[in-house]
Ligand binder design. Structure first.
Ligand SMILES: Nc1ncnc2c1ncn2[C@@H]1O[C@H](COP(=O)(O)OP(=O)(O)O)[C@@H](O)[C@H]1O
Ligand SMILES: [Mg+2]
Length: 271
């Protein structure tokens, strides 16, 4: 089946068995309009790559899905049912978990304390520190990020890549059915990045549905089943990976960049 640019034709949007749908989402921050009538869908067990320039609205879109902030208009459907999350905790309980771009780890806590933040293991009235420590170590080892010396160090002392790995590991072991990853590779070296991409593949094999935002789309393209491009708060491109290529995406991004440059030249010439 060939699918044309279905953000325009709506072809893939006709699917009915999606795990997640965001329909007619718009988001305004005062005078700033971050999202305009966005329709986004995520199939069951699908990995969707969400790409676009800085300020395109990618993070805003994920934040409206995960309960961090409500959309100004539009609705979210999970398993075909409309949901209204008033917090990230509520969304998490429903099976949607997010790794933010701006990570949300607590610097003053240790690695294992962060891994079990808000879901501490307790044998009332005591925290089961030893179990949490052991499990945190096993979980981090199992995802192949073993550059950490100890799970007892404070997160503040770690590199950006290590912090990112912990944030990803935390949501991976949260029993989420839908995982939203906002630039999980941003601060990572090549090896750490590859480990995270392997992890995405494993999660997909376990049936977890994933949206992954990536600035470096060439890097994530191989793990994506489908790609959406967000430009100026609108989805302008929606294709299955098999029907597009890194070259096609590059051409679109480069022409967007050229247009912005020309626009700037025109403005400086006029002034
Ligand atoms: N909390 C906020 N208050 C005001 N404006 C915001 C806020 N968050 C994002 N924006 C604006 O919304 C637009 C989209 O931002 P964002 O979703 O972070 O883009 P991206 O993740 O694609 O880089 C930008 O113009 C940004 O400045
Ligand atoms: Mg962002």
């Amino acid at each position: 089946m060939t699918v044309e640019n279905s953000a325009v034709s709506g072809e893939t949007f006709g699917q009915t068995d999606d795990i997640l749908r965001a329909e007619h989402i718009s988001k305004r921050y005062g005078a700033v309009t971050a999202l305009v009538d966005v329709n986004l869908r995520l199939g069951r067990g699908e990995v969707l790559g969400l790409i676009g320039d800085n300020g395109a609205g990618k993070s805003t879109l994920l934040k409206t899905i995960c309960g961090f902030q409500p959309p100004t208009t539009g609705r979210i459907l999970l398993n075909g049912e409309e949901v209204h999350f008033s917090s990230v905790t509520q969304a998490r309980a429903a099976g949607i978990d997010i790794v933010y771009q701006d990570l949300a780890l607590v610097n003053q806590l240790t690695v294992y304390q962060n891994m079990f933040l808000n879901r501490e293991l307790v044998r009332w009235p005591l925290l089961r520190n030893r179990s949490m420590r052991k499990r945190a170590k096993e979980q981090l080892d199992s995802i192949g990020i073993s550059t950490l010396k100890s799970v007892d160090v404070e997160v503040a002392s770690l590199s950006g890549g290590q912090r990112q790995a912990i944030a990803v590991a935390r949501s991976v072991f949260s029993d989420a059915k839908v995982l939203l990853l906002d630039e999980p590779l941003a601060a990572m070296g090549v090896k750490e990045g590859a480990a995270i991409l392997d992890l995405v593949r494993d999660l997909k094999d376990q049936g977890i549905s994933i949206i992954i935002i990536a600035h470096n789309y060439g890097q994530v393209f191989p793990v994506c089943d489908r790609v959406n491009l967000l430009q100026g708060g609108k989805i302008t491109f929606d294709k299955y990976s098999k029907d597009t290529s890194v070259e096609e995406l590059t051409n679109i991004v480069v022409s967007e960049y050229r247009k912005a440059l020309e626009e700037r030249h025109r403005r400086t010439a006029a002034s």
